[in-house]
Design a binder for this molecule. Sequence first.
Ligand code: SF4
Length: 318
Amino acid sequence: DQPIVEVRDLRKTFSVKHAGGVSTLHALSGVNFEIMRGETLGLVGESGSGKTTAGRILVGLVPAGSGSVRLFGHDITGADGKVQLAKVRTRLQFVFQDPYASLNPRMRIGSAIAEPLDIAGGLSRKDRNDRVAELLDLVGLPKTSIDRYPHEFSGGQRQRIVIARALALNPEFVVCDEPVSALDVSMQAQIVNLLLDLQDRLGLSYLFIAHDLAVVRAVSTRVAVMYAGSIVETAPKSQIYSDPQHPYSRALLDAVPRADPDYVRHPVVSGEVPSLLDPPPGCSFHPRCPFAFERCRVEVPILKESGPDRRVACHLFA
Ligand code: SF4
């Protein structure tokens, strides 16, 4: 089975202007992952880890620096990347964190959901309206929502509207960038359940981006942990939670509240994510890592196989 998404050595820098001149921000420093049909890859990392940049490159909102991104077998980063992306454009969609910012406050819900259909064209008025009604039903909103405006809905309902619009053209792959982070906990569970239900019914594949491991647990098939522009560990969901290998994954996991009083926590990781304007040499986690040794300060660890279907970038596993 071929992956529907294949990311190889993806790199991206941004120029940042400041009083002293221009500096280079290393947002992605060689990212590798793949997503198979019907699965969800949970991409986890603190803000500034590069996870959102990776998601935006995948849907064509940000151009890649170097490396390759293949979507459904089409390389969208090559010389004719734009042509290749246009071929698969309707097969992928995205849902962003903030459902408030994603909807035009002056546009009725029916028109907002129909927007991709109207841009694609080719549907009669009746077929278009039937499709909007079908999409509302799919995300659990009443048909009467059509004539209402975004401000009449709660945050969770707005995210349902955004999801309905993302599904309008029957995508196969959806990038969900922190889709529940702006919602309260009970709403989060509802939207997560909706995404799981839609995956079941429509055979969707997701890249689900989040900043903690708790949210990702419910949705992911596999998890990739990002730190300072690199993926430091990938593993099937069951293993990342029971046996995290990378010291940063362990620290992230320890941030998740646990009911088990006998659970022994790992050494606490203090400090901040390093500046991507001036990343530390060697392993970018070494200034915070309780296990760092000499080699970590000089040599960048490479993501390597560390068990069946799992990889880790850490000298402890060399
Ligand atoms: Fe820690 Fe060294 Fe592993 Fe980096 S390579 S995570 S510093 S032990």
